[in-house]
Write a new protein. Structure first.
Lengths: 188, 166
């Protein structure tokens, strides 16, 4: 099932239309300790002014560039933390929960949850619906045995845009409801 | 009226000086912190010419500094490096990407100038086991977005121009 279809369908669910309090998600500073264990780590910080600048000055006829320009114009921030480990078990469930727990607020709904029995990888997509009918942000968590990635997109974003942004700014490629590393996953 | 013109001129000159000093500021901080001096690079002008003429991927105005024998950089001490780089960031230099690779023994930091302009100055600081390079290059937004997605490629790309010029 395509992730975009899932997101659109889920975005229409009335249970997410309730009046909720906006809440920003913070990627905890203690995630830095994971960088010390990781074989590779990446930290991308694009704030609103940088994204607006990108939206103004990205140019060209490439439809992908045009799409990115349209998307980033509505965003207030893109934050990515990605850690790749040499061995399995280098990060704990608590590291994932430190972000996931923030997404229990009523403003947030988990739209996609993919679990891989064979490879033990999880992909979760959370969307924020502040109550005015627009989507106010997205968080993607990709937790694989040797790789952990958090993506926090702040601002107005359509579900389709998440897939369009994947592959940009170190956001993992998402297709068919999974990250690009995954095969043979099972929807939960 | 004359004083107003003078004030405008001084402010404009100051802005230019600040804009041009970010590269020098970072270079100086590395020299002080690691008790080293940037290596003289023969034919650096040629590398600059390559960038100016070829303008690969929307780039221009190329500056490069190389530091060798940085014994103070301990392998796996990325947090110290992060603290150092945070310390030398200025309000005009916006940190965009930080990448550490223990596999390659390399850390890459990408900053962008704070100007709201079509082309922005991108500063790439790369630390390897015993050497560091600092590159400042003017890039258009398409190029900047591309390099943000592949910082290690940016580092290798601009350092290869240096190697070609040697």
């Amino acid at each position: 099932m395509r992730i975009a279809s899932l997101l659109i369908a889920a975005g229409m669910l009335p249970c997410f239309m309730q009046d909720v309090t906006a809440q920003e998600i913070k990627l905890p500073a203690n995630l830095d300790k994971l960088a010390a264990k990781a074989e590779e780590s990446v930290d991308v910080t694009l704030d609103g002014s940088m994204l607006k600048m990108a939206a103004r000055f990205l140019s060209g006829d490439d439809p992908d560039i045009a799409k990115v320009r349209r998307i980033v114009a509505k965003l207030e921030g893109v934050y990515v933390r990605s850690y790749q480990f040499a061995e399995e078990g280098e990060y704990s469930r608590a590291d994932v929960e430190s972000v996931r727990s923030q997404l229990q607020a009523p403003a947030w709904g988990r739209i996609v949850g993919v679990r891989s029995r064979r490879e033990g990888g999880d992909v979760d997509v959370f969307l924020k619906l502040p109550g005015n009918g627009t989507l106010g942000g997205a968080v993607v968590i990709v937790a694989e045995p040797r790789q952990l990635t958090f993506v926090n997109v702040v601002g107005t974003i359509d579900p389709d845009d998440i897939t369009s942004l994947s592959g940009q700014f170190h956001i993992p490629r998402l297709r068919n409801g999974s990250s690009h590393h995954d095969r043979d996953k099972e929807d939960q | 009226m004359t004083s107003r013109f003078l004030a405008v001129f001084l402010v404009a000159s100051g802005a230019v000086l600040v804009a041009e000093s970010e590269f020098d500021h970072v270079v100086k901080e590395i020299e002080v912190h690691y008790h080293t001096k940037r290596t003289h690079i023969p034919f650096l002008g040629l590398a600059n010419l390559v960038v100016k003429v070829a303008r690969p991927a929307g780039t221009s105005e190329f500056k490069l500094a190389i530091f060798e024998d940085l014994k103070a950089i301990d392998e796996g001490d990325e947090q110290d490096l992060d603290r150092f780089m945070r310390g030398i960031s200025s309000s005009r230099l916006r940190p965009l990407v930080r990448e550490h690779s223990r596999r390659d023994g390399e850390s890459v930091y990408i900053y962008a100038d704070n100007d709201d302009m079509r082309a922005t100055r991108m500063l790439i600081a790369t630390f390897q086991r015993d050497q560091a390079t600092v590159v400042e290059v003017k890039v258009d937004m398409n190029a900047l977005i591309k390099w943000i997605g592949s910082p290690e490629e940016a580092s290798r790309f601009f350092n290869s121009h240096h190697d070609d010029g040697r």
